[in-house]
Design a protein around this ligand. Structure first.
Ligand code: GCV
Length: 701
């Protein structure tokens, strides 16, 4: 009997240890340090909230759940404080320093033995509640706590590329988390978890369907379903947007045209917009991909992007919602440069967009490459509100098998100076609206969520969702701080373990770039699935879907000359940026081949020739992945066993695939450079043909 009892206890403790990742960064595991737990006791005797508002109820319950987990005690909820030593939730339009904080901002401070969370809005209090829980998890003392925080960007949004049939375009974590076949009747509990996770990092908007949009999402049947989702997300401060198909007036409304200047078409959108508001009174608005990659748009009728966007903005005029119009457009011109397309099509329209329109621009001019220079539009549209589009899902960044922490990449773009209004005109200041005093501001991230139990596939991919939200709230946060928060809340409470994992994360993006796209190369991935290397890809439906279009390897050298001879794309940037990147001798190596065709034997600032430097980087990548594996192995006893094994397996795959990239690129480019590998590097064990076959196998899968 006793033996069985012990076995039962053992099983119980193992079960408690195993973490399937489903709780994301909200696991609220007990703080192991009893002293630390005790230090919070004087301020966590109760939670006081006087209102029955649903958002405040959620904030209160989140605090109660969080404190129960972290401190191992049940904290009572009161209507009014009867003594000191509690957490007071206040919605207060006239708080002392509230002039400095926006509606969604909050203050948290210690006062008369209590901790006060105060905001002008209920959502602000909810954000403050999450911040307090974060502060506790980060081990901060509450005795003198004083935090004031306001979001820098107004619309902090996830873009889901989820389809009605349950698939996710560029999704690597299972199928769609939205169960369209069940809605509106069954509300999957994961919607609530999704809302909590987003609110915890300040995300306040979500577009629920793919930008390659089906008109179906505008039918009454789907509006009922979307309403059900919106009702769940609303109390968490999250507004729902719909991606729309521009041809909907024809396909859905039975009209002869979808011409944005046609009165009947305009009426159709006006009526549809009114109808949507009957379901969702606080509807966020429309997200539109038009005249891009085969999607319909106003150009089909000889109209401009502004004509299309302004028509939708007019329909939205009676309401609070907005129109987000994507700038990701490019024509198949074999002699053109895709780099310039978005700029060329939109620049003449600067100043013609309705104030309710935000033009959403990808961080770089091509397409979410692992490293891109910032999109030149960011420095050149003083009369248009531009929003940022980052990709959280790792289409080109190792999908679900490579550990790649993206905060440094997001920040690299945000912190770059466009010089649009002189020094200090960073991309961040363009998109947070401060540079041009914009009414709206937007940072969107293409979501990496799916039906996988841990939401994001690779356990570390969760950190990119987290990092995106934190940066959308405050782009001045450092990648180190964000990593540290995520690790503490998700993986460990031990400083030493945290530091080791943080080190892995901070090195991960440079490592990935080193074995895939070193020195400013781009777009050499496998055709259509975008996984693994295919630098030899020379034929596709469009020239700008091949690899050779981008790397321009020949017997002389490598890289796309954008300084004038092949393309004058560099001129789209301000003179200061042109100066930084225009001279191959001074251009930072990370961007070199984005702008220059460099001879193989040209000596770089590292002292090595281009060829040698390329090889050194391709070879260093897999070695560094080996180091990541070693560090992870050393943490076996310190992290949850399920997460440990999961990451360990994925690192193994990453190592194999890093070698795949290395061999493919070194063998392929070697045919052009005709130079030997620099010593002491030894040639790959396989031939280029053998490596090419690996790609074929992938295609067959
Ligand atoms: C939603 C890239 C992706 C497409 C995506 C497109 C876009 O081309 O490969 O899957 O389509 O970007 O951003 O619209």
């Amino acid at each position: 009997m006793t033996r069985y009892f012990f076995l039962f206890l053992l099983l119980l403790s193992t079960a408690a240890l195993a973490d399937d990742g489903s709780r994301l960064w909200l696991n609220y595991d007990l703080i192991k340090d009893a002293k630390q737990r005790e230090s919070y006791a004087p301020f966590t005797k109760f939670i006081a909230v006087s209102s029955d508002n649903q958002t405040l109820k959620i904030a209160t319950e989140e605090l109660q759940t969080g404190l129960q987990g972290l401190l191992g005690k049940k904290v009572t909820i009161l209507k009014t404080a009867t003594s000191t030593g509690g957490i007071l939730l206040n919605v207060n339009q006239n708080a002392p320093s509230s002039a400095n904080i926006s509606n969604e901002g909050y203050e948290i401070y210690a006062e008369k033995g209590n901790i006060v969370i105060s905001s002008k809005s209920e959502t602000g209090v909810l954000y403050g509640a999450f911040e307090l829980l974060r502060a506790i998890q980060m081990g901060k003392s509450l005795a003198k706590l004083s935090i004031t925080s306001s979001p820098k960007v107004k619309i902090r949004m996830l873009n889901h590329w989820d389809n009605a049939n349950g698939t996710v375009e560029r999704g690597y974590a299972g199928s769609s988390m939205w169960k369209w076949n069940e809605l509106p009747h069954r509300i999957d509990p994961r919607y609530v978890m999704y809302a909590r996770a987003n609110a915890s990092i300040g995300i306040n908007a979500t577009s629920i369907n793919n930008v390659n949009a089906s008109s179906r999402f505008l039918t009454a049947e789907y509006l009922e379903k979307i309403k059900a989702v919106a009702d769940v997300l609303r109390p968490y401060g999250i507004k729902v947007f719909i991606s729309v198909n521009f041809r909907s007036p024809r396909t859905l409304g039975g009209l002869k045209t979808s011409d944005p200047l046609d009165p009947e078409v305009r009426k159709w959108w006006n009526d549809k917009t009114k109808e949507i508001h009957q379901y969702i009174p606080d509807f966020g608005g429309y997200l539109v991909k038009a005249n891009s990659e085969g999607e319909p748009g106003p150009q089909d009728y000889g109209r401009t992007h502004a004509d299309g966007a302004n028509m939708l903005a007019e329909a939205m005029r009676p309401f609070s919602g907005i129109v987000i119009w994507r700038a990701f457009v490019y024509n198949a011109d074999p002699n053109g440069d895709r780099f310039k397309e978005g700029y060329a099509q939109f620049k003449p329209l600067d100043g013609t967009f309705d104030p309710k329109v935000i033009v959403q621009v990808k961080n770089g001019p091509i397409d979410f490459m692992p490293r891109e220079p910032f999109h030149p539009m960011f420095g050149a549209f003083p009369k248009t509100t531009l929003g940022m589009e980052f990709q959280i899902t790792q289409e080109y960044l190792g999908q679900s098998t490579h550990l790649t922490y993206l905060a440094p990449m997001f920040k690299e773009c945000l912190d770059t100076d466009t010089y649009a209004k002189g020094q200090g005109s960073t991309v961040a200041k363009v998109i947070d609206g401060s540079l041009y005093n914009a009414q709206y501001s937007l940072m969107a991230g293409v979501a990496n969520t799916g039906s996988d139990v841990n939401w994001c596939g690779h356990p570390f991919n969760q950190s990119n969702w987290y990092a995106f939200g934190r940066l959308a709230w405050d782009h001045t946060l450092s990648s180190e701080q964000i990593a540290s928060e995520w690790i503490r809340m998700t993986l460990t409470q031990t400083k030493q373990t945290e530091q080791k994992i943080s080190d892995m994360m901070l090195k991960s993006h440079p490592i990935y770039v080193s074995y895939t796209y070193p020195l400013g190369t781009s777009h050499m991935m496998g055709e259509s699935h975008h996984y693994g290397p295919e630098p030899w890809l020379a034929k596709s439906a469009r020239p700008d879907w091949t690899s050779v279009y981008y790397h321009r390897a020949d017997s002389i050298g490598l890289g796309f000359d954008r300084t004038g001879k092949l393309s004058n794309a560099l001129q789209l940037y301000s003179p200061e940026v042109q100066q930084k990147w225009g001279n191959p001798e001074q251009c930072p190596l990370d961007y070199l081949l984005w702008f220059h065709h460099v001879p193989w034997s040209k000596k770089l600032s590292t002292g090595r020739s281009l060829w040698d430097e390329l090889c050194v980087r391709y070879y260093d990548g897999p070695v560094q992945v080996g180091n990541l594996q070693k560090t992870w192995e050393s943490l076996k006893a310190n992290v949850d066993p399920e997460i440990f094994e999961n990451v360990k397996g994925r690192l193994k795959i990453q190592e194999k695939e890093a070698l795949w990239w290395r061999d493919a690129c070194v063998l392929y480019f070697g045919e052009y450079s005709k130079m030997p590998l620099p010593k002491p590097l030894t040639p790959p064990q396989r031939t280029l043909n053998e490596v090419k076959k690996l790609v074929e196998i992938y295609h067959l899968r």
